[in-house]
Design a protein around this ligand. Structure first.
Ligand code: HEM
Length: 148
C-alpha cells in the first residue's frame, strides 16, 4: 500500500515536471497559442499580397483571406504573452485593448474578402495597405519587443 502511494506520487510529480518543461519550450520558441494563429496569418498574408496583383486569382485570394479570418477569430480567444509583463493594475486594460484591435482586424479582413469577391481590386489593395499599418501599430502595442 505504502509503495503504491509512493509510486502514485512519483508518477504525479514526474508528469508535473514534464508539463512544465513542455510549457517552457512552447514559449521559448515563441509559439504561444496566439503566436501559432499569427504564424498562419503571416504566411497566408505573404501569399495573398502576391496573388492579389492578379485579378484572375481573386477567388483564390478571397479563400486566403477566409483562412486569415478564421485564425484571427481564434486569436481573439487568447491573450498576448506580453500581458504577463504589464503592471498588474494594467493587465485587464491591456487585454481589452488587444481584443478591441483584433476586432478591427477581423472587420478589415471581412471587408477585404467582400472586395475580392466583388472583383474590386483597387479597394482590396487599399485594405491590404491598412492591414499592414495595423500590423505595425498593433505589434508595437501588444507584441513583446524582443520577439519578431
Ligand atoms: C496582417 C496583419 C498581421 C500579420 C501578418 C501578423 C503576423 C504575425 C507574426 C508572423 C507573428 C509572430 C508569430 C510567432 O512566431 O509566434 C505575430 C505575433 C503577434 N501578433 Fe501579429 N500579425 C498581424 C496582425 C496583428 C494584429 C492586428 C494584432 C493585435 C491586435 C497582432 C498581435 C500579435 C501579437 C500579440 C503577437 C505575439 C504573440 C503572443 O504574444 O503570443 N498581430 N504576428
Amino acid at each position: 500500500m505504502k509503495y503504491r502511494s509512493l509510486l502514485t506520487l512519483a508518477i504525479l510529480l514526474s508528469s508535473f515536471v514534464g508539463l512544465n518543461t513542455a510549457t517552457a519550450a512552447h514559449h521559448e520558441e515563441g509559439h504561444t497559442e496566439l503566436g501559432e494563429q499569427m504564424e498562419v496569418i503571416g504566411k497566408t498574408f505573404r501569399s495573398l499580397r502576391r496573388a492579389v496583383r492578379d485579378p484572375a486569382k481573386n477567388a483564390e485570394s478571397a479563400a486566403m483571406v477566409g483562412k486569415m479570418l478564421k485564425a484571427a477569430k481564434s486569436g481573439l480567444d487568447h491573450e498576448p504573452a506580453w500581458k504577463a509583463e504589464q503592471p498588474a493594475g494594467e493587465q485587464a486594460d491591456f487585454v481589452a485593448n488587444f481584443k478591441k484591435e483584433m476586432k478591427v482586424f477581423v472587420q478589415i479582413l471581412t471587408d477585404l474578402k467582400a472586395a475580392l469577391e466583388a472583383d474590386n481590386n483597387d479597394k482590396a489593395n487599399e485594405l491590404i495597405e491598412s492591414l499592414r499599418d495595423q500590423q505595425r501599430s498593433s505589434h508595437k502595442d501588444f507584441k513583446k519587443p524582443d520577439e519578431d
